[in-house]
Structures are given as C-alpha cells and as structure tokens.
Design a protein around this ligand. Structure first.
Ligand code: AP5
Length: 210
C-alpha cells in the first residue's frame, strides 16, 4: 500500500478525511498531533516537552517529531501522515523514513479556518470529531458513538488559532512548492462539504496522478 501525506492549514479537515480513509480503506492513520496529545495526557517526558509549544500554537522541535515518527512507522506501509511533515526539515527527514507517493493538499482560507476551529468539538474517549455548525452531534455536546461529553481542544482558543495559522503560513506552506516540484501534489478544495472533499481525495488516490 502507498504512503500518503495530508497537507493543509489547521482546521482544513485533515483529521476528518484521515479517520475515514483509515476506517474504510485500511490506511494506518498517523497524526502527529494525536500522538503528541496522547503523550501530554499520559505525562510522558515527550508530552511534558511538547505541551508548552502546543498550547502556544508553536511547532514542536523537528528532532523530537522525527524521532517520534520513526518509532511509530518502523516496518509499516500504507501510512497516512496527518499533520506531518510541517517543515522542510521534517519533509527531508521523512525521505529517510518512508517513501511518499502522493500528497493531498487541502486548501482553505484563513476566515474559514477560524470559523471551523472555533466550532470544533472532540470526543475525549473515542476521538470522534464534530463541528457545532457543520457536523453537530445528535445530542447536545455528547458523542454519537460512545456518549461521552465532548470537549474543546486547548489550542482551539481564538488567539492560539491565529498563531497556528501564522506558523502554518511561515513554516508549512513552503511544503506545497516542495511537493509540487516533486510532481506528487494534488490540490483539493477543502471549503467543499466533507462528503465532496472525501470523494475528491479518493479520486486522487485512485488516479494517483497530480
Ligand atoms: P494538529 O493536531 O496536527 O493540528 P492541526 O494541523 O492544526 O490540524 P487540526 O487537527 O486543527 O485540523 P484538521 O485539518 O485535522 O481538521 P479537522 O479534520 O479536525 O497539531 C496540533 C499541535 O501539535 C500543533 O500546533 C503543534 O504544536 C503540534 N504538532 C503536531 N504535529 C506537529 C509536527 N509535525 N511538527 C511540529 N509540531 C507539531 O476539522 C476541523 C473542524 O472542521 C472539525 O470541527 C470538523 O468537523 C470540521 N470540518 C472538517 N472538514 C470539513 C468540511 N469539509 N466542511 C465543514 N466542516 C469541516
């Protein structure tokens, strides 16, 4: 199975697509954000180092991220990288870890990012994603799957969202040209409804052509 990267600003819908591709097509979903949040919750050394960066909307240092990814992908394929790589140094480091056949770039403007992230809610128990506006739970702020009370991520506060977007523009947006230059980037309009973005992602994977 091929290895894919999901690239795009915070809130573009990377996690939403990745969870579905993993459930329906057997990809191994590797979200560096999810792994880091789990490390923070468990109070590990990595989690303690990462927390301050995450709360401030800054990137966790490349060497910590690369070591963490290496450990999670050893000997596997069919990996869907979500939120990684995020810097050119991470992209170059990834080349030594796993070959990438396709990069799906989810394009979304800043105003929509802010709106989406302000309405995002997550299930702390099973990880399901919701949006109070676009994908609301059936029952008020409770998970449809496991019934747990939904929470808002610490970094979904307005001032942190603004900083995350700035960091994305400075450090991660250059990856678009980088992967375009390699001929493996496909652009998707992430402002479309979730079903349409997912269908476009599947078409790109099946065609496997930029
Ligand atoms: P991370 O968890 O990776 O956050 P992110 O990249 O900012 O992305 P998000 O999870 O916020 O958004 P998403 O694109 O997955 O959107 P989602 O599907 O949830 O990283 C968090 C932090 O960890 C970073 O700031 C950094 O500190 C650190 N970190 C992580 N990786 C790192 C790395 N590689 N290097 C260094 N540091 C790293 O959707 C968002 C909302 O919109 C949801 O409510 C959803 O329901 C809704 N939605 C989704 N799609 C649609 C649609 N098409 N239409 C309408 N609503 C939609």
């Amino acid at each position: 199975m091929k290895n894919l990267v999901l690239l795009g600003p915070p809130g573009a819908g990377k996690g939403t697509i990745a969870k579905r591709l993993a459930a329906e097509h057997g990809y191994l979903h590797l979200s560096t954000g999810d792994i880091l949040r789990d490390e923070v919750t468990r109070g590990t050394e990595l989690g303690r180092k990462a927390k301050a960066y995450m709360d401030a909307g800054e990137l966790v240092p490349d060497e910590l991220i690369l070591a963490m990814v290496k450990e999670h992908v050893a000997g596997k394929d069919g990996i869907l990288f979500d939120g990684f790589p995020r810097t050119l140094a991470q992209a170059r480091g990834l080349e030594e870890i796993a070959p990438i056949q396709l990069v799906l770039f989810l394009e979304l403007d800043r105003d929509t990012v802010v709106r989406r992230l302000s309405g995002r809610r997550v299930c702390p128990q099973c990880g399901a994603l919701y949006n109070l506006v676009t994908q609301p739970p059936k029952e008020d702020e409770r998970c449809d799957h496991c019934g747990a009370g939904l929470i808002q991520r610490d970094d979904d506060r307005p001032e942190v969202i603004a900083r995350r977007f700035e960091v994305y523009m400075k450090d991660s947006a250059p990856l678009v040209d980088y992967y375009q230059g390699k001929g493996i980037l496909v652009r998707l309009d992430a402002a479309r409804p979730p079903e349409e973005v997912y269908a476009a992602a599947l078409r790109a994977i099946r065609d496997d052509r930029p």
